[in-house]
Each structure stands twice: as C-alpha cells, then as structure tokens.
Design a protein around this ligand. Structure first.
Ligand code: NAD
Length: 402
C-alpha cells in the first residue's frame, strides 16, 4: 500500500505530516512511503533525509495518487479535484467549520479522516491526539511571544544596577495550551495567575505553578466531554466585567479560551484593554477570522492600542515551531494509520468507537454522526450571529473540532 505525504499549501504553513524518523517506522510496518519533493523543507527535512529513511521522493501529482494521502491541514481545491474514489485522506480537516470541504471530499468518493475529530478521552486515542500535541506547542510559544514583546523582565532580578520585580502573567483558559503557557511563563520566572470557567482545572493550573483566580459573578460552566459550554449573555457580561479588574493588575495576559464548534469567547473587552497599564502585552491565542478572545485582535498581527497595550493576534503558532510540531504530528498521524492497517492494508471498522469518531466521509457520503445530520448546513457561525450565541446548527461533539 502506498502512503504519501504532500507539501502543505496553506499560506505560512511550514509543518509536514511525516518526518524521516516516522518514515522508518512506516516502512518497517510494510508500507511504501512517497514524499512530495520539498514537502519537508519548511520543517528543515530535506528530500535526501526522507530518501535515506526509505521513502521515494515524487512529484505532487504522484503523491496525490497514493492509496493514502497524509497532510497536516486541508487539501486545496486543486488537490481535491484529482482525488479518486476509494482513496484515503488524513489531515486536520476541521469539518465542523468547513462543511464545504467535507461535502467535496464526500462527492469525490474519498474516505476522509479528520485528526481533529479523534475522541480524545479514549485511552487508545492518546497517541493520536494532534489537537493536544499542537496546543502544547502553541501554549509554549504564546508565553515566549509575550515575554519577547514585554519591555521588562519575567524573572525577579537583583543586580548592582537595581532590582527588577517579576512580571505578573495571567493565563485565561487552562486547557492543554493554557497549562503549557503557565508552565513556560513560570519557568521564565514570572508570577502566574490563571482562570478558567471549568473549576476542575484549578488543581492542574496550580500543579504547574499558577495561582487560580475564582470569579464570584460566574459559576462553573463545564460542558460535555471535558470542554467548556458557551456562557449565557448575562454570564458573559458578568465574566467580562469581573475579569477586567484582574486583567488590569497584570503585565502580560495570554488568552487560550475555546468552546468547541463556536466562536472563541470574548474575554478581554475594549474597556478592559483601556484599564491596562502602558507597556502591557496580550497574546490572543483565540485570534481568528471569526473573532478572538480579545477585542480588536487581528490574527497574525500585533495591534498597539492608544494606551500602549500590545495585542498580539497569535495565529499559526505550531507552524512557527515547524520541526517540533511536525515531529509530534507525525507520531500522531502514524499512530492512527498503524491503528487502521491490518496485513499491509487499511481495514476500516466503523463500529469501532475511535474510527467512527474520526472518519468523516466514506463511500460518497458524509458519515460522521455529528456531521451527517447537518450535511449541507453550514456548521460555522454565520457572520451576523452574535458572538458566543449557541449556534443551532453546531453539532455537539465528543472529540473536538475548531
Ligand atoms: P479548549 O481548547 O477547548 O479550550 C481551552 C480552555 O478554554 C478550556 O480549558 C476551557 O474550559 C476554557 N474556556 C472556554 N470558555 C471559557 C471562558 N468563557 N472563560 C474562561 N475559560 C474558558 O480545551 P482543550 O485544551 O482542547 O482541552 C479541553 C479539555 O479536554 C481539558 O480538560 C483537557 O485536559 C481535556 N483533554 C483530555 C484528554 C484526555 O482525556 N486524554 C485529552 C486532551 C484534552
């Protein structure tokens, strides 16, 4: 069976779905590995390094003709147009926010598996959890971006030229990325506080060195599958108001809050930004074209407010650490692939909970239970819908999808 890796085509994407070390593993499992020439260059893996690992370096057309095509992100429309029925495509396909691509893959007769739909709580799915591996990297990099932009020190420094007090860092949202941001800021010497709507995260946040902030005005908002639920209008306003006081007392704020299938919740309002001291920094990991956790944040840009607060719209963080991110992703995707391969061929078993969670199209149809009912309806939040409003069309998932 031929398994290929294509070069990513999304702007700024430097990651690659397989690294040479993992090619060796797939070869020893009896798979033929094809790598599109140049696929690894963004992550500093040369064609030669893949060839030495046992892969065949091929053209894009040949890579797209393999039995199984591996990628980090989504196939572009040119790639979809050359896929043929029965081919398997695996990537972070974001079917909940890109229903058109899901429909196109179904129409092409492709069996598509989306890495972001893996049921993360299944113990056997842990090695395949690409959302966690990439969120870990993003959280680490977000803390570094904050430290880099901040014009003072993170640690307490006592020198002959004076004493620098440690930076006060606040992390909002203590999922996988938030915990890594806390740990990283802490290791740099900052005093770290953290907040999440799920009170059960308190122990985890404290174990990596944060002081957990509890809001008096908002109760617990744990949702399904270990995720947060969307807040009501009243809860949201109360949260924003009470958080503003805490935000103003911090030098650097890292926001990581997400609610599956919804726009990122707005945690830092314009008023909260105005109350921050000049020179403060916010890193908005929720920054997206749908809107971020911070008012006015722009993905990929640093916006300076009138009162001198830098708002970093942190997008594409895993890609900015392409070598580490690719190594982890390659382990995740190869774990899924090897889980599916029996006697050198893909053997799908749709009554397996893990496979049912990850297969989104097969045999010309959209087959994922969370998507099939909504096929044809956009799962993404319509532009005119207010932020955070429950989206009637948004399916409930027990994996996760952005
Ligand atoms: P996520 O990216 O969906 O969200 C990040 C954080 O934002 C979450 O902690 C969430 O509670 C928080 N949040 C959402 N709305 C908020 C708001 N209005 N205010 C403040 N915080 C808000 O989360 P994630 O990192 O993907 O992880 C979600 C959960 O899944 C975590 O508990 C994680 O430990 C768990 N998880 C479990 C496994 C496993 O069981 N193996 C694997 C991965 C993740």
């Amino acid at each position: 069976m031929k398994v290929s890796v294509v070069k990513e085509t999304a702007p700024g994407e430097r990651r690659v779905a397989l690294v040479p070390e993992v090619v060796v593993k797939l070869r020893s499992a009896g798979l033929d590995v094809l790598v599109q020439s140049g696929a690894g260059e963004g992550a500093w893996h040369t064609d030669d390094s893949y060839a030495e690992a046992g892969a065949t370096v091929v053209s894009r057309a040949d890579a797209l003709a393999a039995d199984v095509v591996l990628m980090v992100g989504k196939p572009d429309s040119a790639a979809v147009s050359v896929l043929r029925p029965g081919q398997v495509v695996i990537g972070l396909l974001a079917p909940l926010t890109d229903p058109d691509l899901t429909a196109a893959l179904a129409a092409a007769g492709v069996t598509a598996l989306s890495m972001d739909m893996i049921p993360r709580t299944l113990p056997r799915a842990q090695p395949m959890d690409a959302l966690s591996s990439q969120a870990n990297i993003a959280g680490y990099k977000a803390a570094l971006l904050g430290a880099n932009q901040f014009a003072r020190f993170f640690p307490l420094l006592i020198t002959a030229a004076g004493t620098a007090r440690p930076a006060r860092v606040l992390v909002l949202g203590t999922g996988v990325a938030g915990l890594q941001a806390i740990g990283t800021a802490k290791r740099l010497g900052a005093l770290v506080s953290a907040y999440d709507v799920r009170p059960e995260t308190r122990t985890e946040a404290e174990s990596v060195g944060a002081t957990f902030i509890e809001l008096k005005s908002v109760g617990p908002a744990s949702g399904e599958g270990g995720y947060a639920r969307a807040l009501t209008e009243d809860e949201r306003m109360a949260q924003q108001e009470e958080l503003a006081g805490h935000i103003a007392r911090h030098d650097v704020v890292v926001t990581t809050a997400q609610v599956p299938g919804r726009r990122p919740p707005l945690l830092v309002t314009e008023d909260a930004l105005k109350a921050m001291a000049p020179g403060s920094v916010i890193v908005d990991m929720g920054a997206s074209t749908l809107g971020g956790n911070v008012a006015g944040s722009v993905p990929g840009e640093t916006v300076m407010t009138e009162n001198g607060v830098a708002v970093i719209g942190a997008s594409g963080l895993p890609s900015s650490m392409a070598t580490a991110a690719s190594a982890m992703y390659a382990r995740n995707i190869s774990a899924l692939l090897l889980y599916l391969v029996k006697d050198g061929q893909i053997a799908m078993e749709r009554d397996d909970e893990l496979q049912a969670g990850v297969i989104i199209t097969s045999g010309g149809a959209i087959v994922h239970p969370a998507l099939a009912a909504d096929a044809g309806q956009a799962a993404q939040v319509p532009p005119d819908q207010p932020r955070d409003q429950p989206d009637e069309g948004a399916p409930s998932v027990h994996g996760s999808a952005r």
